[in-house]
Design a protein around this ligand. Structure first.
Ligand code: URA
Length: 446
């Protein structure tokens, strides 16, 4: 019997679609068989799209999300990190604008004795991707074999590489289908997609940074908290110590939005030259990850602040860049070593208060300059993007530069400058700042 006919007899797809449409639930066995059949072409995209849409509208239960995660993991390879010495830690952000925390948090955790083997993705739409940012460093390679990742982590405590095609292949196919069928925005589908990759990545401790606000997948705080709780319960159900911070994405996180620009901002943060919300969140995330490994919350925050202040994280970042064939001098002179855009223009909006941002549009503007991609496989321009130098609640004196535009052409810069008044919202009424961390899930203390 062919594999295909085997699948079609064991799963009655139209029955499952009908049950989901009517608000019923699928068993773990049915979900396992469904995903197995999908990756072996026993279920076609139309059927899967119908089932996903029924689930998006009717909702999936926690047990369905756990079963789906397991089925996705089972579709491909998993990484075995059990031979590594210190605690294995992974950190994942649901994606945002100016969100380069990995470049600071990973070396910080490595300097604290953790083992960070991170398999990352590329940017899509208004959000950037860690691999694209790292590739802005001359020579840097993200193409490491699983054995190279393990060796490097053993030597220096961290590696960041592209996830291979064989890691959770069912998620790749399902995500592409969700992307074109309006079925991305389901907490269970997002949680199982994210957590399947974390589980397959092999770390025993998983810290999630779930974003909320206009620049995030989950714009409303209660939805982001629900997603974080679901991710944590999926991780814990699979024996991984899992925690989450729900954090602000109503405005760009770091001062840079764009590949080389974000690397420069991360390096300057590691060097102690940049302060503010990006640095604070990097410390919060690193401390929360250490907490998952059993360190007391207060001691963890003190330890990571000290490692950053003493330059230990910066030196670990240099070792990491060199280990992956990048130019280590980027750490000493980022703006000289990284590719630079030929046109840099400044925008000062006049006196007033920054009342808020159209955050997603900030990411989209960087994309329009060439920093992002609309379709998988499109090239990105490493040099272009924005520096966003103000935050919600800041008072502007009339001369302060709010945004610096790094563009390939004058026309590109003009087009972006014309939109900035609708993107950085300035009022004459006093405005207040917004909280950085909205909630902590699966973690103790503060
Ligand atoms: N990121 C993922 O990896 N999967 C989703 O479904 C959404 C965001």
């Amino acid at each position: 019997m062919s594999r295909e006919s085997d699948m079609s007899t064991s799963v009655e797809i139209p029955v499952l679609i009908g049950r989901k449409r009517d608000g019923g639930t699928l068993t773990a066995g049915e979900i396992t068989a469904l995903i197995d059949a999908y990756v072996h072409d026993g279920v076609d995209d139309a059927q899967m799209a119908a089932l996903l849409m029924a689930g998006v509208i009717r909702g999936f239960s926690r047990d369905e999300a756990i079963a789906l995660t397991e089925a996705l993991v089972a579709s491909g390879d998993t990484v075995d990190l059990s031979s590594l010495r210190g605690p294995t830690v992974d950190k994942h952000s649901t994606g945002g604008v100016g969100d380069t925390t990995t470049l600071v948090v990973a070396p910080l955790l490595a300097a604290a004795g953790c083992q960070v083997a991170k398999l990352s993705g590329r940017g899509l739409g208004h959000t950037g991707g860690t691999l694209d940012k790292l590739e802005a460093i001359p020579g840097f390679t993200v193409d490491l074999t699983p054995a190279q990742v393990r060796d490097q982590v053993e030597r220096i405590g961290l590696a960041v590489a592209a996830a291979t095609q064989d890691l959770v292949p069912a998620d790749k196919r399902l995500y592409a289908l969700r992307d074109v069928t309006g079925t991305v925005s389901s907490p269970a589908l997002i949680a199982s997609s994210v957590m399947s990759k974390k589980l397959a990545g092999g770390a025993a401790h998983v810290l999630l940074d779930v974003k909320t606000g206009d620049g995030a997948f989950m714009q409303r705080e209660e939805d982001a908290i629900g997603l974080a709780e679901l991710c944590v319960s999926i991780g814990e159900a699979h024996g991984r110590r899992t925690g989450a911070l729900v954090t602000d994405m109503s405005q760009p996180l770091g001062d840079g939005v764009g590949n080389a620009i974000e690397v420069a901002v991360a390096i300057e943060t590691l060097a102690g030259e940049r302060h503010g919300r990006f640095r604070e969140l990097c410390l919060d995330l690193a401390a929360a990850a250490l907490e998952l490994t059993g360190v007391d919350a207060r001691a963890a925050r003190e330890q990571v602040a000290q490692l950053l202040d003493e330059g230990a994280a910066k030196e670990r970042f240099r070792e990491f860049v060199v280990a992956q064939d990048g130019d280590g001098s980027v750490v000493d002179a980022p703006w000289e070593v990284l590719p630079a855009a030929p046109i840099v223009r400044e925008w000062a909006p006049g006196a007033g208060w920054v009342a808020g941002f159209a955050c997603r549009r900030v990411g989209e503007l960087a994309g329009r300059l060439g920093a992002g991609r609309q379709r998988q496989g499109d090239p990105v321009d490493p040099a272009v993007g924005l520096e966003v130098l103000v935050r919600t609640g800041d008072e502007l004196d009339g001369t302060r530069t709010a945004v610096r535009v790094h563009a390939r052409t004058e026309a590109d810069a003009d087009a972006v400058l014309a939109e900035l008044p609708d993107v950085v919202l300035v009022t004459q009424d006093e405005a207040s700042s917004v909280p950085l961390v909205h909630a902590r899930i699966g973690l103790e203390g503060r």
